[in-house]
Design a protein around this ligand. Structure first.
Ligand code: V55
Ligand code: FE
Length: 485
C-alpha cells in the first residue's frame, strides 16, 4: 500500500502534486492552426516522485525523471510519457517504497541501494548520436530509445566518459553537431574537479580538458563560444563532511562572490582565468559569443540572492523571494587584458528564467531570446490557488538582445508556463523566425496545454493550442529534435 504524499508545498497543489502516470495519447486535440511543416519531437522532463519520500519530506529536484515526447507530423501531435527506468526507480518499484534520503546525499539512503546509481535522470533531455539522453548533473546520462522512450541504461559513451558526473546542460555546436559538455564534482562527491568534453555527432570523444575550481560549487549551466568555455560557479558550495553527517549537499554562501572560470576551448587547465562579481545567483545561460579578439559575452538571468530556498545558508536563512531582484544580464569578459575585467549590463528589468535562443546560433552573435517571465501586477486567482508556487511564471517573453525590445504574452489568471523552446520555421529560416512552444499548466482547471506561438509575434498569443486530457506535473528542461527523414 502506498501512503499519501506529505501535505507539503513540494507535493501538493496543481503544479507539484505528483502525476505518476505513464501513457500515450495518439493524435492530441488541437485548437487553432498548427502548421503542417512543424516536423520533429519536443522532448521534456519532469521530476515526478514515484513514491512518498522516505524521510517524510524532500525537495523538487529529487523526483524521479519522467520523460514527455510530443511528436509533430503533418499537423498532428502524438504524446508519450515514460519514467526513466533508473537503477534507483527499479529498486524502489521492487520494494514499492522510496529508498532514498536527502538530495545528492547517498549516506542517507537505505543501505539496500548502496552501490547503485543515485541518478534520478530528471533535469534535461537531449537527442545525440541516435540516443535520447536523460540528464542529471550528479551522474552519467541515461540513454533511452528516442521513439519508444524505453530506457537502455546508464550511458558512458562506450567507455569514453572518465568523470563521475555529466552536466544537464550540454550544448550542440551548430557547425559540427558536436556535443559540448562538462562535469563538475567530476572526481566524486564535493570534489572541485571540472572536466570539459567535446563529443562528435557519432559519439566519438574529440576533446577532454580537466581543471580544478578553488572550491566545489554548483555549476548548473555553462556557456560555450567559438573560442571559449565559461563555467559559472554559483555561491552554493558542497562539503563532504556535511554530506557525511547527513546534511544538505549544497549550502548558500552569502560571503562568496559569483565566480566564472573562462577556459580557451583549445587550452589546458593552466590557461583558465577566474573572474568574480558580487554575490548573486547565476541562472541559466541564454546564449554566449566572443568577438574573436578576446571579448566574451555571456547572457543569463542573475538574481540578487538565493532562489533555492531548499539550500539555505549555514544559519538556515533564505531571503523571502519578494525581496530578490532579478534581471537578464550580459556579462562581458575581457580576455585580452589581465585582471578581473568583467562588466555586467542589464538586458531587461523584469524577472525571467528558463531562457532559450535559436540553437542554430549557439555560441555565435545572436539577437533573439525567449524566456518565461513573472509580472506580479498581472491578475492571479490567489483566492482559489493560494500564493504563487515556486517557479511560477505567468508570461512568455521574446527579448531582442540587440534592441532590448520585448514582446510578452500573458494568458490568464491561472496559467504557469514552463520552459519555452524555439523551433525554426525551416532549416534555412532567418534567426528567430519560427515557433515558440511551451507547456502551460492551468492551475485552476488542473490540465496542461502545449501552446504554439509565432516566435516573432508572441504578443498575439498562440496560433495553436495542443490539449492534453490531464495534468502534467511541474517540469524542467527540454529540447527540440527535428525529424530525421
Ligand atoms: C537544478 C536542478 C536539479 C539539480 C540541480 O535547476 C540544479 C537547477 C532537477 O535537479 O539537481
Ligand atoms: Fe537547469
Amino acid at each position: 500500500m502506498t501512503v499519501p504524499f506529505p501535505a507539503e508545498p513540494e507535493f501538493s497543489g496543481a503544479l507539484y502534486e505528483p502525476a505518476r502516470f505513464e501513457g500515450d495519447v495518439f493524435d492530441l486535440i488541437v485548437e487553432g492552426n498548427l502548421p503542417a511543416t512543424i516536423d520533429g519531437v519536443f522532448y521534456q522532463v519532469a521530476p515526478d516522485p514515484q513514491f512518498p519520500p522516505m524521510l517524510g519530506q524532500d525537495i523538487f529536484f529529487n523526483g524521479d525523471g519522467c520523460i514527455h515526447s510530443f511528436t509533430f507530423q503533418n499537423g498532428h501531435v502524438d504524446f508519450r510519457r515514460r519514467y526513466v527506468m533508473t537503477e534507483r526507480l527499479l529498486a524502489q518499484r521492487a520494494e514499492r517504497r522510496s529508498l532514498h534520503g536527502v538530495y545528492r546525499n547517498t549516506f542517507t539512503n537505505d543501505p539496500s541501494v548502496a552501490g547503485i546509481s543515485n541518478s534520478t535522470a530528471n533535469t534535461n533531455v537531449v537527442r545525440h548520436g541516435g540516443l535520447l539522453l536523460a540528464l542529471k548533473e550528479d551522474s552519467p546520462p541515461y540513454a533511452l530509445d528516442p521513439v519508444t522512450l524505453e530506457t537502455r541504461g546508464l550511458w558512458d559513451f562506450n567507455g569514453q566518459l572518465t568523470s563521475a558526473t555529466f552536466t544537464a546542460h550540454p550544448k550542440i555546436d551548430p557547425e559540427t553537431g558536436d556535443l559540448l559538455c562538462f562535469g563538475y564534482e567530476a572526481k566524486g562527491e564535493a570534489t572541485p574537479d571540472i572536466v570539459y568534453y567535446e563529443i562528435d555527432r557519432t559519439g566519438r570523444k574529440k576533446r577532454e580538458t580537466w581543471l580544478r575550481g578553488p572550491y566545489a560549487a554548483m555549476i548548473h549551466d555553462f556557456a560555450v563560444t567559438e573560442n571559449y568555455v565559461i563555467f559559472p560557479l554559483m555561491p552554493l558550495t558542497a562539503d563532504l563532511d556535511r554530506i557525511k553527517q547527513g546534511g544538505r549537499h549544497f549550502q548558500w554562501q552569502p560571503g562568496l562572490e559569483q565566480l566564472f572560470g573562462v577556459l580557451p576551448r583549445n587550452g589546458e587547465a593552466k590557461d583558465v582565468r577566474w573572474f568574480t562579481a558580487p554575490n548573486g545567483f547565476q541562472g541559466h545561460t541564454l546564449n554566449a559569443f566572443d568577438d574573436g579578439k578576446g571579448r566574451v559575452y555571456v547572457d543569463m538571468p542573475v538574481t540578487s540572492g538565493n532562489i533555492f530556498y531548499f539550500f539555505p545558508q549555514s544559519d538556515g536563512r533564505v531571503p523571502p523571494p519578494e525581496t530578490l531582484k532579478s534581471q537578464l544580464t550580459r556579462w562581458t569578459f575581457d580576455m585580452g587584458r589581465p585582471g578581473n575585467n568583467l562588466e555586467s549590463t542589464p538586458l531587461t528589468q523584469f524577472p525571467c528564467e528558463f531562457p532559450k535562443s535559436d540553437d542554430r546560433y549557439m555560441g555565435r552573435p545572436y539577437r533573439h531570446g525567449f524566456v518565461i517571465a513573472f509580472d506580479p501586477a498581472k491578475p492571479y486567482d490567489g483566492e482559489r490557488l493560494g500564493p504563487p508556487p515556486f517557479q511560477f511564471f505567468n508570461m512568455l517573453a521574446h527579448v531582442d538582445v540587440a534592441t532590448q525590445k520585448t514582446k510578452t504574452w500573458f494568458s490568464d489568471d491561472q496559467t504557469c508556463f514552463q520552459e519555452p523552446i524555439f523551433v525554426p520555421k525551416s532549416e534555412n529560416a532567418a534567426e528567430g523566425e519560427g515557433y515558440v512552444m511551451a507547456l502551460a499548466n492551468r492551475l485552476r482547471d488542473r490540465v496542461t496545454d502545449l501552446v504554439v506561438l509565432d516566435a516573432q509575434h508572441l504578443d498575439e498569443g498562440p496560433i495553436a493550442t495542443v490539449k492534453l486530457p490531464f495534468r502534467l506535473r511541474m517540469s524542467l528542461h527540454g529540447s527540440w529534435a527535428p525529424a530525421e527523414h
